[in-house]
Design a protein around this ligand. Structure first.
Ligand code: ZN
Length: 276
């Protein structure tokens, strides 16, 4: 079954289920992986969460969400670096395949997005030695530019490819279709990323989109060429799981089992890479 290719980002069912309930549902529905958020792991306890994933045979395809290094002053920047190092320890305990890192927004009152981007690069570089020592990969995730001010000053795959060039081993890229589908250079930058792609997130872009954060679509309900993007990442060498990540008032209000069943059906019918 192609469901063995699927992972579930646990933010998708955060209103319906606890971490334990969600992981048990993943196993029941034949999903091979799951990606928890830090607050979900904190609520359960790191050691207990690790036991739950293991007992259910569920891979941890990512741990959400680090990065966000930009701050007004040096103590703020150092605190963010410390926080990310603690997250590396938690990811190692969970057996997570990577930490997902986002750019973070501009510090309050700042109009200097270039400085925020530099602080992100410096922050990743500062955490990287600890991540390497712990065997935890850092997956840099560009966010759609609509988030540049408040959560993701890193917007394009070209930027994260450049960062990976500069930082070397231990960093990779999370390709989330929601954030990058519009990029005119998508195919070129995915090909350039090659083996650096260590996470692939799927959902859909609704027209119209009614809320910037909580109106992601189920695969097939929007305009993203999911089969085409899957073909690109697999041509680039990606062999990992396809992680369903849908933050949506609509889907949060449906039974969790319906969400998992629908995602599996849509994936089977719409996300199959055409034979090349
Ligand atoms: Zn994502």
């Amino acid at each position: 079954m192609s469901t063995r290719n699927l992972s579930l980002n646990l933010g998708t069912v955060r209103r319906q289920w606890s971490l334990r309930e969600a992981v048990e549902a993943c196993a029941r529905h034949g999903y091979a992986g799951a990606a928890p958020w830090r607050d979900q792991v904190a609520e359960t306890g790191v050691a207990e969460a690790a036991r739950i994933f293991k007992a259910n045979g569920i891979r941890v395809t990512g741990y959400c969400r680090g990065g966000m290094f930009a701050a007004l002053d040096e103590p703020g920047r150092l605190a963010a670096i410390d926080e990310n190092r603690r997250m590396v320890d938690e990811a190692a305990a969970l057996g997570a395949e990577c930490i997902v890192m986002i750019g973070g927004g501009l510090p309050e009152g700042s109009r200097d997005i270039a400085a925020a981007r530099r602080m992100f690069a410096d922050g990743v570089a500062a955490v990287l030695p600890h991540a390497r020592a712990c065997g935890v990969a850092l997956a840099l995730e560009p966010l759609h530019p609509m988030y540049a001010a408040d959560r993701g000053c890193i917007s394009t795959l070209a930027e994260v490819n450049d960062l990976c060039d500069a930082l070397g081993d231990g960093v990779g890229i999370a390709v989330d279709v929601y954030h990058v589908w519009w990029d005119p250079d998508l195919a070129g930058q995915i090909a350039r990323a090659g083996g650096r792609i260590i996470a692939h997130h799927i959902c859909d872009w609704l027209v119209p989109t009614r809320h910037l954060l909580t109106d992601r679509g189920m695969m097939g309900d929007g305009v993203i060429d999911l089969a085409g993007i899957r073909a690109m990442v697999e041509r680039a060498g990606y062999r990992g799981l396809q992680e369903v990540e849908i933050f949506s008032e609509d889907w949060w209000n449906r039974p969790g089992d319906e969400v998992l069943t629908t995602a599996r059906e849509r994936f089977d019918s719409l996300c199959q890479a055409p034979r090349s």
